[in-house]
Design a protein around this ligand. Structure first.
Ligand SMILES: [Zn+2]
Length: 276
């Protein structure tokens, strides 16, 4: 198995159609056979906290038990942070406060005390910067993530921006504001991408769920469920596989495999749907 470092970018509420319509340099790399794009069918409910846990554990909601945004408790399941630590690898995250509540033992995030969690050897996320307002600028959030990369050289780094979700709730999928937020977020990735690759990172870009025209995500429509999965890595077959859907349960074991880690027993084998 290969032993890459991975940056996982989870753009909150970036639906598949918008991701491809605003694909920028990521789309260019797919078109040039330097990256892969998959169309992911997200799990239900198409809601943030349950899908954070699904993306990071590779489990369905029925299996991991985080069934609502209102369920505030730590994850009870093996996840990418815990698996990385068990494999002697280092972890970091620039992410929304709910990630700190799920994986770093924060029971009720406090903006006065919990934003910076650096050098936290006891936490699953050893170095974290966590925000609590949905309009925290994506430009600042990516810079937080890149700071963690340069300062701590984590083997696994989660970057989790929120502006697409925020504009989607205010204006709906297809609005100028939502599409603009998506383009801005992807454009920032484009600016960082080559230096991340030169620093030895495979880069995976996906979303927790999508967004419908009314500004909601909760249920079973394509706009709410279908999200992108861009994989920029020399370990996988490049190409555009967006003509059919693959399961969201692939994301966590995909990251495990890119990092050369055994994925946990409950996870699906990603090689059945992702081309290596
Ligand atoms: Zn949302």
């Amino acid at each position: 198995m290969a032993d890459a470092k991975v940056i996982l970018i989870m753009i909150d509420a970036l639906g598949y159609e918008t991701a491809w319509a605003r694909c920028g340099y990521l789309g260019h790399l797919v078109e040039q056979n330097k990256g892969a794009l998959y169309r992911v069918k997200g799990e239900l409910p198409a809601q943030s906290r349950p899908m954070y846990e699904t993306v990071l554990t590779g489990l369905t909601v029925r299996e991991h038990g985080i069934c609502s945004n209102e369920m505030v408790r730590p994850s009870k399941c093996e996840n990418l942070f815990s698996i990385a630590k068990k494999n002697g690898k280092t972890t970091a995250a620039a992410a929304y406060m709910w990630i700190a509540e799920l994986y770093n033992g924060i029971t009720a995030y406090c903006s006065l005390t919990d934003r910076y969690q650096l050098g936290n050897a006891a936490g699953l996320i050893e170095n974290g910067i966590f925000y609590c307002v949905d309009d925290y600028p994506d430009s600042h959030l990516y810079a937080d993530g890149d700071y963690l990369r340069k300062a701590f050289h984590p083997d696994f780094l989660l970057i989790h921006p929120m502006n697409v979700d925020d504009q989607g709730h205010k204006h709906g999928q297809g609005s100028r504001a939502y599409e603009h937020a998506a383009e801005m977020s992807i454009n920032i990735i484009d600016c960082y991408l080559d230096q991340w690759r030169q620093d030895g990172y495979d880069v995976v870009v996906t979303a927790d769920h999508g967004m419908d025209e009314l500004g909601y995500h909760f249920g079973d429509t394509r706009l709410q469920r279908e999200v992108p999965l861009f994989i920029i890595s020399d370990q996988i077959q490049p190409g555009n596989y967006g003509d059919h859907t693959v399961s969201q349960l692939n994301v966590a074991p995909l990251v495990c495999r890119l990092m050369g880690m055994e994925f946990s027993g409950g996870m699906v084998d990603p090689s059945k749907e992702i081309r290596w």
